[in-house]
Ligand binder design. Structure first.
Ligand code: ZN
Length: 335
């Protein structure tokens, strides 16, 4: 079957599904908050929602052989700024209440490690990698809980790396999963990726690389946005009705629901991919929207706070809350 089927999408070719490679793709005229005008697509077979993402090859390449091992001085931080000035958009959660975020996110990670990793509850010297560690607050919190653990962060934004070093003294490599892991081939007992999988150009490639970097018995713990939560289904619906979709309120619903979402992975797809990677699924559950859990109240108007609360109450019953939290275990060595 020809994967490139031209259709009503303004005469241009539609992409293949990132997951099942199907060409049964439908454009979704949803207004996202990241890149205005970038169309979303939905796969009719598996339900994956995605944008066509242009990988900045030059950026990936520059990270491959440019892994920073020492804290940069203020002098070469300026050089980083010049070189990577364009990556500032990786900071999506600027309005997050860090204290609450630490409590909620870190607790779920700590609980998962203690419950599902053999040595986690014994507080042994396990190795932990955090992908997209931003300014290192979660690593620093994990270091306090697991003082004997070896910590490493991986972060594409050099400005965040610098803050992580200077503020928490945690070891952070400047890179991405694609640029760092295949080159260095390290193994970890625990890989944590909280809230950034939906930003990766190919999240299935990311998960595959992370699965390969797990020691036998190692855990992968991640949280990503659930495309089947009520606000996202509502955004999807209003975007399909022409006379509503362009109204200010409909656009706000779309932007709020799709904020920071480039790939929306349904739970059924996560289950299938985890199985394909030969990992044992330990936990799969949905959790409430971050705007209710720990974002600053100023970030969301009163109307949208109420909307999220009502939607979350409905989603609790449906078992389809805003975020999907996953814990999976490597049952054997994969190298
Ligand atoms: Zn698909």
């Amino acid at each position: 079957m020809n994967p490139k089927v031209s259709s009503c999408h303004q005469g241009t070719d539609l992409p293949q599904c990132l997951f099942c490679k199907s060409s049964a793709i439908q454009p979704l005229e949803i207004e996202g908050a990241n890149k205005p005008g970038q169309p979303y697509f939905i796969c009719k077979l598996c339900g994956l929602i995605f944008v066509e993402f242009e990988i900045d090859k030059a950026f990936e390449h520059s990270l491959t052989n440019d892994v920073v091992r020492q804290p940069p001085s203020s002098h070469n931080l300026d050089e980083f700024g010049e070189k990577f000035g364009s990556v500032k958009y990786f900071n999506f959660y600027a309005g997050m209440n860090q204290e609450l975020g630490e409590t909620v996110i870190a607790q779920s990670v700590v609980d998962a490690i203690k419950m599902y990793h053999l040595n986690g509850s014994k507080n042994k010297n396990i190795s932990i990698l955090e992908v997209g560690c931003a300014t290192g607050w979660l690593l620093s919190r994990l270091q306090r809980t697991f003082p004997n653990a070896q910590m490493m962060g991986l972060e594409p934004n050099p400005h965040s790396c610098y803050t992580a070093w200077s503020k928490f003294g945690v070891e952070v490599r400047n890179g991405t999963v694609q640029s760092y892991l295949p080159v260095h081939g390290e193994c970890f007992d625990v890989v944590v990726m909280m809230g950034n999988l939906q930003l990766h150009p190919d999240p299935f490639c990311t998960l595959s690389l992370l699965a390969k970097s797990l020691c036998p018995g190692g855990l992968i713990i991640f949280e990503t946005k659930n495309p089947h939560s009520s606000p996202r289904l509502l955004a999807n619906l209003v975007a399909r009705i022409p006379w509503i979709s362009r109204t200010t309120f409909a656009r706000k619903i779309q932007r709020q629901s799709y904020n920071g979402l480039r790939v929306g992975i349904p739970m059924s797809v996560i289950t299938r991919h985890v199985k394909y990677l030969d990992l044992e699924l330990c936990k799969l559950e949905t959790t409430g929207p971050r705007s209710l859990r720990f974002q600053s109240k100023k970030m969301n108007g009163r109307t949208f706070r109420i909307m999220w609360k009502v939607a979350d109450a409905i989603d609790c019953i449906r078992g389809q809350r805003a975020w999907t939290f996953v814990v999976a275990r490597a049952t054997r060595c994969r190298k």
